[in-house]
Design a protein around this ligand. Sequence first.
Ligand code: SF4
Length: 416
Amino acid sequence: MELQEKITILSGAARYDASCASSGSNREGSAGGTGNTSQGGICHSWADDGRCISLLKILLSNDCRYDCAYCVNRSSSPVPRASFTAREVVDLTMEFYRRNYIEGLFLSSAVNVSPDHTMEAMVRVAEILRNEERFGGYIHLKIIPGSSPELVRRAGLAADRISVNIELPSSESLQRLAPQKKKEAILAPMKLIGAEAGASLVERRKSRKAPRFAPAGQSTQMIIGASPETDLQILRLSQGLYSRMNLKRVYYSAFVPVNSDNRLPVLSAPPLLREHRLYQADWLLRFYGFSAEEILSDDAPNLDESFDPKTAWALRHPEFFPVEVNRASYATLLRVPGIGVTSARRIIAARRFAPVTPEGMKKIGVVMKRAKYFITCSGRPFERVDHQPARLRQRLLLGDGSEAKLPRQLVLPGMG
Ligand code: SF4
């Protein structure tokens, strides 16, 4: 098969993985080496700080021996198959980098022959790039569940980020839709990566020459809407992954039906709004001090489609409001809809010198069209509104046009 044909097949297949953001890596180019992860460029992906970065996003192979119900590359799917050699991926990466098309590589793969066979080839790509080509750019490697611990270690030493896709939010759904994948085979490398990354940090505190292990951390991806789990179950799982596995990011990928299979739900459209709400709730878990059980409950286990999760929480907790912005703690300010991490910090800093005024709040970046219903400023409310939750809910719905905007992102189920 011609190389161009392989590129068409395997780059097209790689778009099914959403977990390729490259945040958190700051490898610098070395004298005589090529590339670094610190520079911006054409956009394919987003870093944590909002920077656009371009990656060569490709599969090593789409010739899978597994048959996951939701995946376009499952063994029973009639798609054209192709596989790269390690050297072909290395050459492509270097060619694209030299032409300034990309800043890094995101390499995933179907399970070709066996997990170890596939993982060995992927690790070789990263090792050749680092050791022979002296490539200093960003590398994200997907770990194939079931790979040996030694290959996972080698992957972590060569790549900036590594990720294991958790795929589905429960072992029951995994068993039903991806029976060849085992929960233990997914969780074991996650635990190993967390432990190795922690040990590497300790060693690097003693010596800057100690090797770095996946310095941009590990991430995972979960398919949303292919199985019956509630948002509460999903957020509890994410919460556990962040606290126990030290994950950098969980990516949520709205289920898009690409196969006909009676184990899959029939959806009129991919659940993009649900995916969007889960990302917002995930943000509350990571940066706003919320727990999954505060965002949702067993009685109301799914996110409100009409409001972002923080506004929905505020509407359920009228006893918490209004918050006086000139006295409230940082943690309390973070609970106010319309006040984010940056604006909460700025309020705390500004009021050291003088009380914050309504005009000052706007300049600080507070989204007043939401916040005004929940705050007072030096004792004065911003809006004389009826704070009865049903009326406030109606007022917010009518007054906040941004809620009508739906996310444009469209992603498909994950690989590996
Ligand atoms: S999700 Fe991964 S393992 Fe499952 S069929 Fe697709 S490529 Fe193969």
